[in-house]
Ligand binder design. Structure first.
Ligand code: FES
Length: 75
C-alpha cells in the first residue's frame, strides 16, 4: 500500500504535519510506503490523502487509522 499526504499549504494549515507523524507511528503496525505530495486540488476539503491512487478528503490524525482499516478491508 502507498500513501501520499498532501503537503500543500491549505492541508498543512489543517494539520498535515501531525497527520504524517501519526502515519509514521502506524507504519509500525501496518505495511505501507509513505510519501508527501503536491496539492491535489481539493484544498477546501483537506487534509487530502491518496491511498493506492484513491483520493480521500477530510483525513485527520484521529480518523486515519479507521480509514486505513477500511481500505485494507475493501482491498
Ligand atoms: S493543499 Fe491539500 S489539496 Fe490543496
Amino acid at each position: 500500500m502507498t500513501i501520499r499526504v498532501c503537503m500543500g499549504s491549505s492541508c498543512y494549515l489543517r494539520g498535515s504535519y501531525q497527520l504524517v507523524e501519526k502515519l509514521k507511528e502506524l507504519q509500525k503496525k501496518y505495511n505501507f510506503k509513505l510519501y508527501g505530495s503536491l496539492c491535489f486540488g481539493r484544498c477546501s476539503q483537506g487534509i487530502c490523502v491518496e491511498i493506492d491512487g484513491r483520493l480521500f478528503t477530510g483525513v485527520s490524525p484521529e480518523n486515519v487509522e479507521e480509514l486505513l482499516k477500511k481500505v485494507l478491508r475493501d482491498a
